[in-house]
Design a protein around this ligand. Structure first.
Ligand SMILES: Cc1cc2nc3c(=O)[nH]c(=O)nc-3n(C[C@H](O)[C@H](O)[C@H](O)COP(=O)(O)OP(=O)(O)OC[C@H]3O[C@@H](n4cnc5c(N)ncnc54)[C@H](O)[C@@H]3O)c2cc1C
Length: 246
């Protein structure tokens, strides 16, 4: 019997990054024909701040980042809702995704368990529109972990049993839930990344606050760290703009 692996880890690994803050500023300057002039970095920063505040969004589309994300399928259910990602010739404007196949390979027995500090208990007066959860006590946490493990074990046994009988992998997987992990390559431009981060993080003081699912926020925070490292000036301007994407 295959041993199941349980983890709380969600990883976001940089595969490739194209572009920088200066290219964004140059893309805006082409409108006045001054894109090839030498400028001080401070001039780029001022211009980028102006573009951000005044919703001149298109210069922020020049660049891209590709990441490999390993996350439970419930994260993919939400991430894949983000349509606008990058302009790539005839491929359209969508985020570009490539995901591990449940038809061509047996899905790895890797399942998500929430970390101890993940808020998960609905309080009195809970409202779905502004979801806020309490910390589980030790018993509540242990019960939840136990129930998740039991469900995962049972589902994966049924999955393997069907595979051993030669059932199509694309059908046998139907028994698995959304806590099983899947890997995906994701590519988008800086403008779309900011839009994604605005919706999938919950940061005090944000101009348009959001209440994302804990697990997609974990992934979004890691994506944000990569974004900040590669477009630091754009990142600061976005922060100063209340994390509102242009
Ligand atoms: C906290 C939270 C809760 C959610 N709950 C639910 C839920 O209960 N049920 C559910 O179905 N979804 C839910 N969603 C998903 C949500 O409705 C969006 O699908 C998702 O956030 C992607 O946002 P988006 O459409 O702005 O992004 P993108 O698809 O990347 O689009 C980016 C922007 O492009 C423009 N755009 C894209 N496509 C069109 C279009 N066809 N027409 C006009 N303008 C367009 C819009 O300005 C849009 O904001 C939730 C999202 C969040 C963050």
């Amino acid at each position: 019997m295959t041993e199941l692996r349980f983890t709380s880890e969600i990883t976001v690994e940089l595969i490739q990054q194209i572009g920088n803050d200066h290219v964004i500023a140059c893309a805006a300057r082409v409108s006045t024909g001054r894109d090839s002039e030498a400028v001080e970095p401070a001039a780029d920063a001022g211009l980028i701040r102006f573009l951000m505040q005044n919703r001149h969004g298109t210069p922020f589309e020049h660049g891209s980042m590709t990441v490999r994300v390993h996350a439970p399928i419930k994260v993919w259910r939400e991430w894949h809702r983000h349509r606008i990602g990058i302009a790539l010739h005839e491929e359209g404007l969508d985020w570009s995704f490539n995901e591990e196949s449940g038809r061509y390979k047996q899905l790895e027995p890797v399942f998500y368990l929430p970390p101890r500090d993940r808020l998960m208990i609905r309080p009195e007066g809970f409202r779905s529109a502004r979801p806020a959860f309490d910390l589980a006590n030790d018993e509540e946490y242990a019960n939840t972990i136990g129930e998740l493990k039991e469900g995962y074990e049972y589902a994966y046994r049924m999955y393997e049993r069907m595979l051993h009988r030669g059932v199509d992998r694309g059908l046998a997987r139907d028994v698995l839930g959304v806590g099983i992990y899947s890997a995906c390559y994701c590519t988008a431009n800086p403008r779309s990344i900011m839009h994604f981060l605005e919706l999938r993080t919950n940061v005090p003081g944000a101009k348009r606050p959001s209440k994302p699912l804990y697990e997609i926020e974990v992934a979004a925070r890691k994506l944000e760290t990569l974004f900040m490292a590669h477009w630091p000036v754009t990142y600061m301007a976005w922060q100063e703009n209340g994390r509102a994407a242009p």
